[in-house]
Structure formats: structure tokens, C-alpha cells
Design a binder for this molecule. Structure first.
Ligand SMILES: *Cc1c(COP(=O)(O)O)cnc(C)c1O
Length: 373
């Protein structure tokens, strides 16, 4: 049996006709940049996330960059974030002209530890940037407390967490700005690049709308220097077809996560691997289902699963403080031990809404043969 890490073909097959119709409508209109489809998508996603405003842009990476620039967290600023995330998080900070300042993660959730975030704040800090990794909100009650005490805005990297929530509220509606990605493999995926920023602040929304069109409120008149990061009308049309299905897909992912947890427990694997922890009160949308492999056996297990036809991936093998491009920050191995340990020990298993019970049984049986055969 082959179990891919992700299979998007089934989702597409179910929506093929609707998608063709939506794309055909945009082609017929010959309007490809922003426009009505984008405005409608922005309204629908504002409603979906519970934020007052939503501003579409070119990608999740650009969403982060736009949010930082709109909050004046650019040149000369420091932004506190996690080293255990996709590169774009800290990449956006550097692109904005600011300095990424890292704070280590909670080893149970893999999300930034609010106490360590607090300890990393200096006079130069202009924003806090938690990441809702794998689809579970960072501990936002703690993050928002630090933000309030320090008087700092929060930029949520919610690229992996559309529809997630915790006791503090919904991803993207909690901080000053929420940043989403519609990269094709995200839970809500476009047919190319797309992103969006949410905010409750009307002035910030206006500034984001300016910054995505070279900083001009009216054509050819520029109040500040922005850049070009608009949302394609075609992508908006595709996303509007998919959005009504998102909650059902996320629920299916959650059910599959429960199934994995049960199968792992029943197979007697609890001493070998730790399944994902769901914080009480959290709605985890399982963008990824990530296990921790005990006893320095992650890489051997990866090979075994591959040989058995099971797709896996490591998110992420090198924590950002150890990336060559951030050598100027002066970090060494050992600076963020929990991020480094997570990079050595974690592994993502196949996760998508159409994953079958048979496939999940096969994945866990393949795991069992590695540890117990
Ligand atoms: C995907 C992702 C991004 C970047 O989104 P793109 O649309 O690929 O630019 C940023 N942060 C995290 C955590 C992501 O997973």
C-alpha cells in the first residue's frame, strides 16, 4: 500500500466542475487583479476568522511582511518570534529590515513559550510574532498578556491555522494582525500563490491596502513606499469555491488525528512516540499531524516508513537560529534547546481529509513493525 503525505487530487475531483466554472467566469471578465471576487473573498474571510477587516495579498510571506511594515516594525526594530517554524516567519522580519529575536518553544505544543517571549523583549522590540504551528494556536492568553504588559502589537503567523481557535479566540482575530497563506498545500489552498492579512483596526487595514499597491491610496500618488503584492482574481475565485468546505475538511482532519492517537495507543507505541498534544479549549485544525520519536530513532523510522510506502516529512529539520543566512545573529547550537530537539525528533505522518481508515491502520502497523517486530 502507498500512503502519500498529502493527496490533493481527491479534493479537486469533487470540486472540478465548480472550479472550472469559477475560473471561466474570471477569464470571461478579463479582470485578473483584485476586483469584485477579491473583495468578496476578503469579506467572507473576515467573517470566517471573526476579524473586522481582511486584506488579500500575494502570499503568506507577503502577508507577514505587509503586517510588519504596516505596524512600523521594520528598519531598526526587533521582532520576537520562534526559531521552530517555516523560514518565511523570520524571513519576513529580515525582509522588513528588522532583526529576528528568537525565543524557544514549549516542547509539548512546539509553539513559542510566552515566558521566554517576554524575556526576549528589549527597548527595541516593536512586535511579537507567534506562529500557530501545525494548526494549533500558540498559547494566546499568555502571548496577549505579554503584549499588553509590554505595549507591543502581536502579528499572528496563522499560515497553518485557518479556522483554529483557543480559549482566547480565533486565529487571526486575536492580535493586531493575522497572516494567512493559501499556498496549495495549506488547509485552504489556492491554485498558486495567495495570502491575506486580517485586522480589527480600520486604519491598519487602510495602510495594508496601500502598501500592497506601492503605497498609493490613489493611482500614481504615493504616500509611502510599498510594493506589489495583490491577490489574483483567479485565486480569489478558486478560494471562494473551497471556503464553504473548509470546516468539513478541518473536522475530517481532526477525526483522523483522533484515529491516529487511538491506533498508536492500541498498538502499544506510547513509549516510543508522542502524538500531538491538544491544549484544553483549543480547536486544532491539524494542518500537520506531527509525532515526536523517542530515543534518537527518528531518521531510521523515516527510512522504514519510506520503504513501506508511507509518506513523511520533517517540519522543520533546521531551526531558524542555525540557518546560514542568520549567522549574523550570532547564535550557536544549544541556544534554543527545545527547538533543536524538536528538529531532531519530530516527524509528520500522512494527513488530509480523504485519508481512509485502512490507510491509517497501515501507517500505524508500519510504525508498529519498526518498534515492536
Ligand atoms: C506557509 C507558511 C508561510 C508562508 O506562506 P507562503 O504563502 O508560502 O508565502 C509562513 N509561515 C508559515 C508558518 C507557513 O507555514
Amino acid at each position: 500500500m502507498q500512503v502519500p503525505l498529502l493527496d490533493l487530487r481527491q479534493q479537486h475531483a469533487a470540486l472540478r466542475e465548480e472550479l472550472r466554472e469559477a475560473v471561466g467566469r474570471v477569464l470571461d471578465s478579463q479582470q485578473f487583479i483584485l476586483g469584485r471576487e477579491v473583495r468578496r473573498l476578503e469579506e467572507e474571510l473576515a467573517a470566517y476568522t471573526g476579524a473586522a477587516h481582511a486584506v488579500g495579498c500575494g502570499s503568506g510571506s507577503d502577508a507577514l511582511l505587509l503586517a510588519l511594515l504596516a505596524l512600523d516594525a521594520g528598519a531598526g526594530a526587533e521582532v520576537v518570534t520562534t526559531p521552530f517554524t517555516f523560514f518565511a516567519t523570520a524571513g519576513a522580519v529580515a525582509r522588513a529590515g528588522a532583526r529576528p529575536v528568537f525565543a524557544d518553544i514549549d516542547p509539548v505544543t512546539y509553539n513559542i513559550d510566552p515566558a521566554k517571549m517576554d524575556a526576549a523583549v528589549t527597548r527595541r522590540t516593536r512586535a511579537l510574532m507567534p506562529v500557530h504551528l501545525y494548526g494549533q494556536c500558540a498559547e494566546m492568553t499568555g502571548v496577549m498578556r505579554v503584549a499588553a504588559e509590554r505595549g507591543l502589537p502581536v502579528v499572528e503567523d496563522a499560515a497553518q491555522a485557518i479556522g483554529a481557535s483557543d480559549e482566547a479566540g480565533r486565529a487571526g482575530a486575536l492580535g493586531a494582525a493575522g497572516c494567512f497563506s493559501f499556498y496549495p498545500t495549506k488547509n485552504l489552498g489556492a491554485a498558486g500563490e495567495a495570502g491575506l492579512v486580517t485586522t480589527n483596526d480600520p486604519a491598519l487595514a487602510e495602510r495594508l491596502r496601500r502598501l500592497r499597491v506601492h503605497g498609493g491610496a490613489t493611482e500614481y500618488h504615493h504616500d509611502e513606499v510599498g510594493f506589489n503584492s495583490r491577490l489574483d482574481t483567479l485565486q480569489a475565485a478558486v478560494l471562494r469555491v473551497k471556503l464553504p468546505h473548509l470546516d468539513r475538511w478541518s473536522d475530517a482532519r481532526r477525526e483522523r488525528a483522533d484515529t491516529y492517537n487511538r491506533l498508536i495507543e492500541e498498538a502499544g507505541l506510547a513509549e516510543f512516540v508522542t502524538p500531538p498534544h491538544i491544549r484544553p479549549g483549543a480547536r486544532h485544525i491539524f494542518h500537520q499531524y506531527v509525532i515526536r520519536v523517542h530515543g534518537a530513532r527518528r531518521d531510521a523510522l523515516t527510512e522504514h516508513l519510506k520503504a513501506g510506502g508511507v509518506g513523511t516529512k520533517i517540519y522543520y529539520p533546521v531551526p531558524l537560529h542555525l540557518q546560514p543566512c542568520f549567522a549574523y545573529l550570532g547564535h550557536r547550537e544549544g541556544d534554543f534547546p527545545e527547538s533543536e530537539r524538536a528538529a531532531r525528533e519530530t516527524l509528520a505522518l500522512p494527513m488530509f481529509p480523504e485519508l481512509t481508515a485502512r490507510q491509517q491502520e497501515y501507517v500505524v502497523e508500519t510504525l508498529r513493525r519498526f518498534f515492536l517486530a
